[in-house]
Design a protein around this ligand. Structure first.
Ligand code: HEM
Length: 489
């Protein structure tokens, strides 16, 4: 008798769960009836062509500021108007990432980018001090040292001939994140390629393909694909490198007799300065002091920050160089400022800052990102049910004519006007709200240091006929590299 009761109870739970999922699904179907969007066939055709970004702009023109696409049984709603973006990013609802980020979990696990809820909240609180603006002064010198290596390396290319600057930039960005955040001198720039950088690029490409393919998102089928093999190979390289970085830093802390956060606070270095704690030190010492952090947790955070901390800035730097090479007047102004305010990148350089923002407006390093709603939300006259995936299309938001007249024109002056005049959600390159980019200030400093050093050393010249081919592989990349010519100043 008791077995029958248990079976009945289990059956009731199952029915309830299925009913809940069915109910949520029916509510999404209802929403999709009130919204327009392209057919799955058009989506597949565009993915094959690989021109998602421009196609999203076409969809915005065709369907208006909100549209939707079905990915299998998942409904994705796309937002392009800052007023709608504000509803999603502005509130605490936005701390939950979309389940589509699961694709990144074999690589980044439950690191800051991919986690949600309480886990995300406690990690964000722990890691925020590592990127606080007070830390910027500490980052400046290692950034400068690595820029000097770049300037030296670029000498071999400063002959006025066209070349792709992207590989130089990615090695620089990798060296900077390793030295500042991990406390490790990597010297990737002293080699011509990096296995790690190539593995990140492959991983981004494979994950992007998987996120847009309904059948590659089925774990069982994915195992039989070439992508799966390629992904596992990339994962071996990526995790091997992060494990190596962690082991090196652990041993360096041991040698300096630093076992706790208090030890670090009391340690003065040779120049009489209090010991600086790298991001990785905070994790390692918190673990040593008994925080709930396993070795795998630490590796996941290191993977997250190594990726987010170098791939995004590489993209921004490369596109800024391209845009400056094409816009002589803007380059001249930025150059004059870089000369006049040399060394003051942390505190000022307003024009260069505007150049960087304008670059990120046209080519946002993360061209779109997602949230999954944990409760129902009203957007305009639409009732968006809990569980719907919301896509925030930074690439399209940034080209809304109402907020940015002549949106395709590179015009840094847009960001020199009174910032209060700009809608707070019209420029969302670093996202906004509680889950915005934790490395935003770090990134701005790195971009300012690198660009001002390059501008002081070289004139950036355009390559006739070259137009980059922006691809959205998680982080925006140019499919045909970044062609530029350099002339020594
Ligand atoms: C130009 C440079 C950068 C841009 C445009 C950028 C942009 C963004 C965007 C749009 C997000 C939100 C992504 C999402 O919600 O899915 C984000 C999150 C994040 N960024 Fe950045 N980022 C940049 C540089 C950096 C750097 C240098 C670091 C680390 C040092 C970093 C670390 C992170 C992390 C850990 C998150 C997840 C934050 C969270 O969910 O709490 N980013 N970034």
């Amino acid at each position: 008798m008791s077995v029958v009761i248990i079976l009945l109870a289990l059956a009731a739970i199952l029915v309830l769960k299925c009913w809940q999922s069915l109910w949520d699904f029916l509510r999404k179907v209802k929403l999709s009836r009130t919204l327009k969007g392209p057919s799955p066939r058009e989506l597949i055709k565009q993915i094959r062509k690989g021109e998602i970004l421009n196609w999203l702009r076409v969809l915005r023109q065709r369907y208006g500021p909100i549209f939707c696409i079905w990915f299998g049984t998942d409904l994705s709603v796309f937002l392009t108007d800052p007023e709608d973006v504000k509803i999603v990013l502005g509130g605490s609802r936005s701390i939950f990432t979309s389940k589509n980020y699961n694709i990144l979990e074999p690589w980044l696990g439950k690191g800051l980018l991919t986690s949600s809820g309480e886990l995300w909240h406690s990690r964000r609180k722990m890691l925020t001090p590592a990127f606080h603006f007070k830390m910027l002064a500490e980052f400046k010198q290692p950034m400068e040292d690595n820029c000097n290596i770049l300037i030296e390396k670029l000498k071999e290319k400063a002959n006025g001939e066209a070349f792709d600057i992207y590989p130089y930039i990615t090695l620089l960005a990798l060296d900077i994140i390793c030295e500042t955040a991990m406390g490790i001198k990597k010297n990737a720039q002293l080699q011509s390629t990096s296995e790690y950088v190539t593995a990140v690029q492959n991983m981004c490409r494979i994950s992007h393909r998987q996120s847009f393919s309904p059948w590659k998102r089925i774990a069982f089928l994915y195992r039989f694909t070439e992508d799966f093999k390629e992904r596992n190979h990339a994962l071996d390289i990526l995790h091997g490198e992060t494990n190596r970085v962690i082991a090196m830093r652990r041993s360096s802390l041991k040698t300096s007799n630093i076992q706790t956060l208090a030890d670090a606070a009391n340690t003065i270095d040779e120049s009489g300065v209090k010991k600086r704690l790298a991001f990785l030190d905070i994790l390692l010492l918190a673990q040593a002091e008994g925080a709930d952090l396993t070795d795998v947790d630490i590796r996941e955070e290191v993977d997250t920050f190594m990726f987010e901390g170098h791939d995004t800035t590489s993209s921004a730097l490369a596109f800024a160089i391209y845009l400056l090479s094409q816009n002589k007047a803007a380059q001249q102004k930025a150059f004059e400022e870089a000369v006049a305010l040399e060394g003051k990148e942390k505190d000022t350089m307003k024009y260069l800052e505007a150049v960087i923002k304008e670059t990120l407006r046209l080519y946002p390093s993360v061209p779109f990102y997602k949230r999954i709603m944990i409760e129902d939300v009203a957007i305009r006259d639409l009732h968006v049910p809990r569980g719907t995936s919301i896509n925030l299309l930074a690439y399209v938001v940034h080209r809304e004519e109402k907020y940015f007249p002549e949106p395709d024109r590179f015009q840094p002056e847009r960001f020199l006007v009174d910032e209060n005049k700009l809608h707070p959600y019209a420029f969302i390159a670093f996202s906004a709200g509680p889950r915005n980019c934790i490395g935003q200030k770090f990134a701005m400093l790195e971009l300012k240091c690198t660009l001002s050093n390059i501008l002081r050393a070289y004139e950036l010249l355009p390559v006739e006929g070259f137009v980059p081919l922006p691809l959205a592989e998680l982080v925006i990349k140019s499919g045909n590299g970044i062609q530029v010519r350099l002339r020594k100043r």
